[in-house]
Design a protein around this ligand. Structure first.
Ligand SMILES: [Zn+2]
Ligand SMILES: [Zn+2]
Length: 203
């Protein structure tokens, strides 16, 4: 185990996520990279941009202090194992992409077996092999050097602007209050997105 986190922190992040898995391990290591390069959000505000909505995101929220609710964890779900972090103070940032060649064979086999399992087509032996593969990948991720695990480069986007306080609007159909930036106008009325979608589909 080469990670900077204590066993207790690792146990807590597993508790937060609900199970330990290879995806969570990737998030743990991406968080470690963030802490090493930019620090923790509590020391100086950070922004994380996650290009996946998978398990690893929970580790990022738990270990870096960036969270969806605070608006400093942003999803740009491209289905990639890539995480970009910025520090607002000096706008320093980096993007970490899981290296495609890292344990490539094992990952390929793991995906194949997981697909079989999800389709209920896996034999007992394949299920067993899959769980062995999963823990092998998980420990591989946890034990690798960060530069071996990730391609670390410049951010590919500019730093997202801080969340703005916007006006509240009332939807003229359902009466629910919603944020101005999510408001729609239709036939002279102010509508929320679901009501707008409904009327628009009728045309
Ligand atoms: Zn998971
Ligand atoms: Zn509405």
């Amino acid at each position: 185990m080469t990670t900077i986190f204590s066993n207790e922190q690792l146990e807590d992040v597993v508790k937060f996520h609900g199970h330990s898995c290879p995806g969570l391990a990737i998030g743990i290591r991406a968080s470690e990279l963030c802490l090493r390069k930019l620090g923790h959000n509590a020391d100086s505000p950070l922004v994380a941009v996650c290009e996946t909505d998978m398990c690893g995101v929970d580790a990022i929220q738990f270990l870096t202090g960036c969270s969806a609710g605070k608006g400093n964890l942003i999803f740009r779900d491209h289905g990639k194992m890539a995480f970009t972090f910025f520090r607002r103070r000096d706008e320093k940032g980096f993007r970490a992409l899981l290296r495609p060649g890292f344990m490539a064979e094992e990952r390929k086999e793991m995906s194949r077996l997981m697909a079989l399992i999800s389709e209920n087509k896996a034999s007992e032996e394949e299920k067993e092999t899959c769980s062995v593969m999963r823990s092998k990948c998980e420990s591989g991720y946890l034990e690798a050097d960060l530069s071996e695990l990730f391609i670390i480069g410049e951010p590919q986007t500019s730093i997202p602007r801080p969340a703005k306080i916007l006006q509240s609007m009332t939807c003229e159909h359902c009466g629910e209050i919603h944020m101005e930036s999510r408001s729609r106008r239709f036939a002279g009325e102010t509508l929320c997105i679901p009501c707008f979608t409904k009327v628009e589909q009728k045309i």
